[in-house]
Design a protein around this ligand. Structure first.
Ligand SMILES: [Fe+2]
Length: 282
């Protein structure tokens, strides 16, 4: 069994201190094999916020798979934001990031969809670098066909109608189609500050999209929350773990047998393509 905690949008600087104070006991109970952090670790990308974030990550047990969000570049300091948008993130967060997690059940990779500045008015919109995505897909292929494949990003590639934000990620639909073609099973994301699971919709999400809530005070009508994803040989279960102001409570959002999930994969044709990729990798 693999126990995965998915955190997003903690926004150190405006973090929910009451929730974080209770978190250690919950983590002890959930016994994570790995923690996934889906970006927006800080509120304004300041030195002090990154220091607090790094301290928190240092206390989190086990391996960690982390990606930055649009808030993890210096909000105040346009030169830093243009010239070295992720230097501070690299200094404080990268030392805590294991880069890849793989066990018998899952393989997890991260990708940065945030940018310091963009050629558009809204710099908070996500962008998928399709070349970088190909490198990650190669790693998924190398992990073999038997593990569930999860990609961790900050910006969702699909938004459910109830999401309070609806800004399409640049190349998001193309990335979803490519990931589905490569038999990826789920995209884990944050950004919208509400938990959701979007099941596969051919022509739509194409694979599972899983969003964690926020552990910050910047909430959009929901309690502070994170996700607990459990994968064993037979099934995947996704639970929301939310803080009601006093304690964390679990509620199930999604459960599916792995053989049903694998039916979503593209079948023998895709497996043949994998074999070719593996051959070319030697
Ligand atoms: Fe956020």
């Amino acid at each position: 069994m693999t126990s995965i905690l998915q955190f997003a949008d903690i926004h150190f600087g405006v973090e929910d201190t009451a929730a974080l104070a209770q978190l250690e006991a919950v983590i002890d109970r959930l016994q994570p094999d790995v923690s996934v952090i889906s970006g927006d670790i800080t509120q304004s990308g300041s030195e002090e916020e990154f220091e607090a974030a790094a301290k928190w990550l240092g206390g989190l047990p086990g391996p960690k798979i982390i990606c930055p969000g649009n808030h993890d570049t210096p909000m105040y300091g346009i030169i830093d934001r243009v010239v070295r948008p992720f230097d501070r993130y690299s200094d404080y967060i990268d030392p805590h990031d294991d880069g890849e997690f793989m066990d018998d059940n899952v393989v997890i990779q991260s990708m940065n969809t945030a940018r310091g500045v963009q050629m558009k008015l809204d710099w908070s919109v996500g962008v998928v670098d399709m070349d970088e995505l190909e490198q990650i897909i190669t790693r998924f292929h190398q992990a073999g066909p038997d593990r569930l494949r999860f990609l961790n990003v900050h910006h969702p590639f699909v938004y459910p109608p109830e999401a309070p934000l609806q800004k399409e990620t640049d190349n998001g639909p193309e990335a979803l189609a490519r990931l589905a073609d490569a038999n990826c099973d789920a995209v884990l994301s944050g950004h919208v500050h509400i938990p959701f699971v979007v099941e596969r919709e051919p022509g739509g999400s194409e694979l599972l999209s899983v969003s964690a809530g926020t552990l910050s005070t910047r909430r959009r009508g929901n309690d502070a929350a994170f996700n607990h994803i459990v994968v064993d040989a037979d099934e995947i279960a996704i639970r929301m773990v939310s803080f009601d102001g006093t304690e964390f409570l679990d509620s199930e959002m999604f459960r599916k047998r792995r053989d049903e999930l694998s039916e979503w994969r593209r079948g023998a044709g895709a497996m043949r393509k994998e074999a070719v990729v593996l051959d070319t990798q030697g």
